[in-house]
Design a protein around this ligand. Sequence first.
Ligand code: G3P
Ligand code: CA
Length: 411
Amino acid sequence: MASPADAVKTYTQPSYNNFTFAVAGKLFTGAGRRKVAVAPIHQPTEDHMQHLIQRSRATLAWAALALTASLAAPAAMAAATPLNTLNGAAPIVIAHRGTTGYLPEHTLGGYELAVKMGADYIEPDLQLTKDGVLVAMHDATLTRTTNVASLFATRNGTYSVADFTLAEIKTLTVKPTGTASTGYPGFTPSSPDAFRIPTFQEVIDLARAQTAKTGKEVGIYPEAKQADPVMEDKILSTLIANGYTSKDKVFIQSFSAATIKSIHDKQTALGFDFKLLVLNNSANGLLGIGLENINDYADGVGMSITGAGLTEAFIDAAHAAGLLVHGYTFAKADPTAAELEYLKFFNWGMDGVFSNYADLAVAARNEVVANAVPEPSVLALLALGLAGVVVFSRKRGAKAPAQPLGQALAA
Ligand code: G3P
Ligand code: CA
C-alpha cells in the first residue's frame, strides 16, 4: 500500500484548462491555475478528500456569488438614485396646499386627491384661531378662500382668522380658486367635510388614514405662517402627541429663519429632530443669512422658482453646505409646459417641488428617476455579477472528457 506521500501528488496545471484528478475511483477534470492534489485512483486520501470538499465549496461559492450579484445588481439598479440631488435620492413631490390647481386649497378633499395622485407630502399652511387651534389656511384672513363674507360681518374691520373661533370657522365653505373646481372627475372624497377648513389634527388624521390605506407613508409638511412661539409650541406638541418621531416623513417650514431656529432649539431639548426648512423668496435672502449658518439648525431651504438668484449654481452651493433645496410653486397646468419646468429644476438637482398639480409633478419626477444613469457603485456591482456568471459558466463548461491519470500527470 502506498504511503500518503506517494499517494498524493501535487500538480500545477500550466494552462487554464484540463487539470485532472481522481477521487473514489473516478476521474474528474476541470479548470483552474491553482495547485491541485492528485491521488491515485484507488487511494484517495483524507487530505485529498478535504481538498475536493473545499474545491466543491469554492465552486458553490462562485455560483452563489454569481447568482447573488446577478440578482442584486438589477435590484440595486432599480434603487439607484444617481440624481444630482443632495443625497442622490429621488426628488419629493409636495402637494402645495393640497391639489390647489384642481380642488379648493387647504381642504381634506384636496389633500386626499393629492395622495391619490402620488404626492409624497401634503402641505398645510397653519394659522391660529381665536381659541388657539391650528387650522390649515394660507392667508391670515378668511376672505379670499371662503364664503365668510356671506355669513359674518367683519371684526376689527377684517376677517382675520385670529378673530374667529374654530366653531365659527367650521361653518365656512372653502371656495375653489384659480383653475380649481368644486370637484374632480372620478374622485369622491372620503370626508363628508371635504371642503371645510380642516384643523392641523384633521390633516394629520387624513395623512395617517391614507398611509394605512395605501401602505405608503404620507408625509406632512406644515408651515408656521406666523413667527409666533405659541404656534411653534403647538406644531411640535401636536406632532409629538400624534406619535410622530424624527424618523417620520415630517418637514416643518417657515419664512422666518428665527422661527425655524427656535423650533430647532425646542425640539432638540425635547429629544426630537424633525426636518426643518427655511423659506425665502430670493437666493440673496438666504445667502444673506449664510447657507452654512442655516445648516446649523435646518435641513434645507425653500426657494421661489421665480425668485431672483435661484440658479443651478445656487443649488450646488446649498448642497455643498449640506442643505436640501425645495422649490415653490410649480403651478403650470399645461402638461407639456409643466414637464419642461419640472425637468429643468430636477436636472439642476432640486430635491423637492411644491406643486399645485401633484399628478404632473409625480409624472415628471418618475420620468427623471426612470431615466437616471446608474451610479458607479451600481455599475461595479453589475460588472461583478457579470464576471461571476462568466467565470461560473467557464468552470461548468470547461469540463473535458476524463482521461487517464497518467496522461494528466504527464501533460
Ligand atoms: O411653503 C412653500 C410655499 O408654499 C410657500 O408659498 O405662500 O404658498 O406658502 P406659500
Ligand atoms: Ca406654504
